[in-house]
Design a binder for this molecule. Structure first.
Ligand code: 3EB
Length: 355
């Protein structure tokens, strides 16, 4: 018997359906729950993220909009979990996945944000190399990047006033190059959003099998963006199909905005941008469907909306309601967060996953 996420007293907002009859199935599971919700029987916690409302004042990570209170996103596994702390990374490993979070205060880092990003990713690749040397090879599946003041620039920081998101991209690319990791092949899904304060914060999900990257026919591959968007292009796939063990296949869709080809659409219009980004979401979701293993229930996607301006929430919600069935898990479980999008003219971005 499978437990409908919506039946559990409203506690589970989105994510995996667990086996209510007892033994958990294998693999790595994910769920988004209201804060305080106990772990389902038989599962142990691998990693979790607390998402607080805006009023709570902690703006180091995107905060939750609306009046839904705090919620938790967590990764679960039925087997043992090993935790470690090295450099700027806190890691958790189980048989089916490796999850890690890094924070690095770039204001005390010589070289600023670019150098901090490079160091953070260099340390990440070092940890992954060490795991591989111990016989455990992990492949990046999804990366969540959060940095303060993403559209800002400081003419005095020695970077010639380069926008901070662009400094981040240079640092990320340098770390990939130094680690001799191909940036154009089997790259993870990702997102990059602006927080309102706090250190550079990166969360990583890695698994034992390489991701199957999915591109969006409507969008230029991010790695092939022209230099108008920065001296070094971003490194991510529009989506990744991920083997999470135990027969569990996840679809991880990257941050998706109102970009067609490589151009932003509808500058300053949240309603039109929302419709355009949902066209993109549908397009990349359809592209993933070519693979028979892809989760295939559109209405079950777990959505995260990032809004630059909280006042745009009704317009975004209205656009969503036109694309998903009334009362669908996608609508009921969607999460609205306050964050800056990585291009100044973009007001809204969505990421989605089904696991
Ligand atoms: C875009 O499509 C919007 O730099 O890792 C989306 C997903 C975006 C990931 C990243 C950036 C990143 O270009 C921004």
């Amino acid at each position: 018997m499978s437990l409908d996420p919506t039946e559990s007293a409203g506690a589970v907002l989105a994510g995996d359906a667990f086996d209510a009859a007892g033994a958990p199935s294998g693999g790595l599971a994910w769920q988004r729950v209201r804060a305080g919700q106990a772990l389902p029987d038989g599962w142990s916690l691998v990693a979790e993220r607390l998402i607080s409302p805006v009023e709570a004042g902690d703006r180091a990570e995107p905060a939750r909009l609306g009046d839904g209170g705090s919620c938790i996103e967590r990764w679960l596994h039925a087997g043992p979990v090993q935790r470690a702390q090295q450099g700027c990374w806190t890691t958790a490993r189980c048989a089916d996945g490796w999850l890690a979070t890094a924070t690095l205060d770039e204001t005390t880092e010589p070289g600023g944000l670019q150098a901090a990003t490079e160091r953070l990713y260099r340390e990440l690749f070092g940890l992954l190399d060490a795991e591989a040397a111990a016989g455990r090879t992990w492949h990046l599946l999804k990366v969540w990047n959060y940095l303060a003041d993403i559209n800002g620039s400081d003419p005095a920081d020695g970077q010639d006033g380069l926008e901070r998101y662009r400094q981040f991209n240079v640092g990320r690319r340098l770390a990939y190059a130094q680690a001799r990791r191909s940036a154009d092949d089997r790259v993870p899904a990702a997102c990059a959003l602006g927080t309102h304060r706090g250190p550079l914060t990166v969360h990583v999900l890695a698994g034992p099998q390489p991701p199957v990257p999915v591109e969006n026919p409507r969008q230029t591959r991010a790695y092939h963006y022209p230099s108008d968007y920065g001296p070094r292009s971003p490194i991510f796939a529009r989506a990744a199909l991920a083997d999470l063990g135990g027969g569990r296949e996840g679809l991880l869709i990257s941050g998706t905005a109102a970009i067609v080809g490589h151009a932003s659409l509808h500058a300053g219009r949240a309603d039109k941008q929302s419709a355009a980004l949902l066209d993109n979401l549908e397009s990349v979701w359809l592209a993933a469907q070519i693979d028979a293993r892809a989760p295939h229930r559109w209405a079950d996607l777990a959505l995260t909306l990032y809004l630059r301006d909280p006042a745009d929430q009704p317009a975004v919600a209205e656009a969503l309601a036109r694309r998903f069935p009334a009362d669908s898990p996608a609508l009921r479980g969607s999460l609205y967060l306050h964050a800056d999008v990585c291009r100044a003219e973009l007001l809204v971005e969505v990421e989605a996953q089904q696991i």
